[in-house]
Design a protein around this ligand. Structure first.
Ligand code: F6P
Length: 353
């Protein structure tokens, strides 16, 4: 394009970024990496506020170098987030497309889990929307990538909590039930359970009869170890326990409201006679500064996403395969949940009882 004086003008690439779904440590590190690489190439970065809601309500703002300074260790997301689903709102998709065109955007980097990236995948498939994805979630349940960022921080927080619970469990000869997040998969539970040395771990993928868990606890206590740590995923199906409360725009119930930890503790105490307490770790798992591992992963994902935008390879998602950052199709990444394979559970099970 030439300006009025006839000089060739390079049109700056305008790259939008949004963060959707539950926040998680490392989101800001991705924003920083996408922005830094885009600036390096003379591009502009536009932040979309509150996930997909920002497109619906035209809440966008330019992010300059000042706005992306100091982000690496910062938890949460400077852009805000929501669980808004444009496909569940009348005229929602049209409003996303209109805002995108009106703001003269060239591409979107969507940072999210299965829901946010599911919308991105659909927009790409149905409207050739120029979007690339970055896999975020403490749950680590996205297919086509070995790890999502945020997961390592959550596991680290839970492991530290288990370490602390060990000392009080031992002092009082109690059973401590620890309820962790993870939605319908047991990644957080299995990994923090292995790292923290849990005596039993209950995950949705590997249901165990309560009588078996209690028998293990009893034999452990009889052998002289008269305290135990039991980790349970919030999504564990305990017989007779029903989902409660509202459903979000992606059809998810709030699993934390089911109170699986409380109910499990009550049943263990009833069946074994051992004094039992419960700790529900809740949103502490998503708060605060990312671990070094998550900062590095988030940074590598952010650079990859900016590169995919530059190469105009839309409909792709940055992913980790082994130690390598690769790209995979958004559709493939959001087609099904990545559950915990039996081999991982076997590692944990080797230390039960
Ligand atoms: O997906 C991340 C996650 O933290 C899940 O582990 C949990 O079930 C859910 O989000 C909690 O959502 P909210 O922050 O809306 O209560």
């Amino acid at each position: 394009m030439a300006d009025l004086a006839g000089h060739q003008r390079v049109v700056a690439e305008r790259v939008a970024i949004l963060t959707g779904g539950g926040d998680c440590p490392g989101l800001n590190a991705v924003i920083r990496a996408v922005a830094r690489r885009t600036f390096e190439r003379g591009g502009e970065v536009v932040g979309v506020r509150g996930g997909w809601r920002g497109f619906l309500e035209s809440e966008l703002a330019t992010l300059g170098p000042r706005e992306v300074t100091g982000l690496l260790p910062r938890g949460g997301t400077i852009l805000g987030t929501s669980r808004t689903n444009p496909y569940k709102i009348d005229g929602g998709v049209d409003r996303v497309l209109e805002t995108f065109a009106r703001e003269r955007l060239d591409a979107l980097v969507a940072i999210g889990g299965e829901d946010t990236l599911g919308v991105a995948a659909r927009l790409y498939e149905e409207h050739e929307f120029p979007v690339v994805g970055v896999p975020k979630t403490i749950d680590n349940d996205l297919s086509a990538t070995d790890y999502t960022f945020g997961f390592d921080t959550a596991v680290t927080i839970c492991t530290e909590a288990i370490d602390r619970l060990h000392t009080t469990a031992e002092s009082h000869n109690r059973v401590m039930v620890v309820e962790v997040m993870g939605r319908h998969t047991g990644w957080i539970a299995v990994m923090c359970g292995i790292a923290g040395g849990a005596d039993a771990i209950l995950i949705p993928e590997q249901p165990l009869p309560l009588s078996e868990v209690c028998a293990q606890l009893r034999s452990r206590h009889e052998s002289g170890k008269d305290f135990s740590i039991v980790v349970v995923s919030e999504g564990y199906e305990l017989e007779g326990l029903a989902d409660q409360g509202e459903v979000d725009q992606f059809g998810h119930v709030r699993l934390g409201q089911r109170g699986v930890g409380d109910e499990l503790a009550r049943r263990i105490e009833q069946e074994t006679g051992f004094e039992t307490r419960v700790t529900v770790l809740g949103h502490v798992q998503r708060g605060g500064s990312p671990t070094a591992r998550d900062r590095i992963l988030a940074t590598r994902y952010g650079l990859k996403a900016a590169d995919l935008v530059r190469e105009r390879r839309f409909g792709r998602m940055a992913a980790l395969h082994g130690d390598e950052i690769v790209d995979v199709s958004l559709k493939e990444a959001t087609a099904e949940l990545k559950t915990v394979p039996a081999e991982w559970f076997d590692v944990a099970r080797a230390f039960f009882g």
